[in-house]
Ligand binder design. Structure first.
Ligand SMILES: Nc1ncnc2c1ncn2[C@@H]1O[C@H](COP(=O)(O)OP(=O)(O)O)[C@@H](O)[C@H]1O
Ligand SMILES: [Mg+2]
Length: 257
């Protein structure tokens, strides 16, 4: 589903590479969790896959298509097949739940219809189905601004699902939520992706979460992948390697729920 070869990225005016020589193959339907301290390059890697940044070197193939040298139209198409979920939800707060979820249908519409906010019956049907999946069917006319954090993340999930994505990239999807909601949201996301055979790549801070929600864990440190294996392969030695012997070890490695 995703093949990454020798991928590196250096941000402008920075000397150090944010990600360095990343090689990664992800199969369809896998559930991959990226762990690592703040600044280890998790978000940069996800942004490169979604092509919100143009990496300085390397190649990314999604479903066999080279996304870095594809024409714009193709890139839009590929991007449309990737749903994104962020820590801070990235919703339009003053709009209704339904309107936000319909945004996920943009890939199926032309620009004029998007600008005019015109959506087809089919778009409405899919948006409502997605809201049903995340348990928010009764809230479609609510303003996002009035929702709780957990509900907002459900809206973001429904928006991603209404794209009918092949892949969902979730960058710290539960970092803004309290522990109980963290589990609720991750359970929901993981179950839906399993059921629909959607490839899920999330970055998560807490190790217990990474263990619980992954079929495979990627450990990053200073822009490099230093662990790639299953939850049962991850030793204490690996964990110290990933987080370093810093406060993070205690914070992310040892704190559990
Ligand atoms: N927009 C940016 N401009 C410059 N440097 C950045 C930018 N975003 C991230 N970085 C740097 O790139 C490195 C990796 O950051 P990031 O991918 O955000 O890590 P993580 O998501 O694991 O916290 C860090 O050193 C960070 O300071
Ligand atoms: Mg990040």
């Amino acid at each position: 589903m995703i093949k990454i070869e020798n991928l590196s990225h250096t941000y402008r005016d920075r000397e150090k590479e944010a990600i360095k020589n990343i090689n990664l193959h992800v199969q369809k339907g896998e559930s991959l969790v990226i762990i690592g301290s703040s600044g280890s390059g998790k978000s940069t890697l996800l942004k490169a896959i979604n092509r919100t940044i143009e990496p300085t070197a390397g190649k990314i193939f999604i479903a066999g298509e080279d996304i870095l040298s594809s024409p714009n139209k193709k890139v839009r198409q590929i991007r449309g097949s990737i749903g994104m979920i962020f820590q801070n939800f990235n919703l339009i707060e003053r709009e209704t739940v339904l309107k936000n979820v319909l945004d996920g249908r943009s890939r199926y519409n032309n620009n004029l219809n998007i600008i005019l906010g015109r959506f087809s019956q089919d778009d409405y049907r899919v948006a409502r189905e997605s809201l049903q999946m995340v348990g928010l069917a009764a809230h479609e006319q609510d303003r996002v601004a009035n929702l709780s954090g957990g509900e907002k993340q459900r809206v973001a999930m429904a928006r991603a699902l209404s794209q009918k994505p092949e892949v969902i990239l979730a960058d710290e999807p539960v970092s803004s939520l309290d522990p109980k909601l963290m589990k609720e949201i991750m359970d929901l996301l993981k179950n839906i992706c399993d059921e629909k055979n959607i490839t899920l790549i999330s970055s998560l801070h807490f190790l217990d979460f990474a263990r619980q929600y992954s079929s495979r864990i990627i450990g990053m440190r200073e822009g490099e992948i230093i662990f790639d294996g299953s939850e049962s392969d991850l030793t204490d030695h690996d964990i110290v390697n990933i987080y370093g012997k810093t406060r993070d070890w205690y914070l992310y490695g040892k704190l559990g729920f």
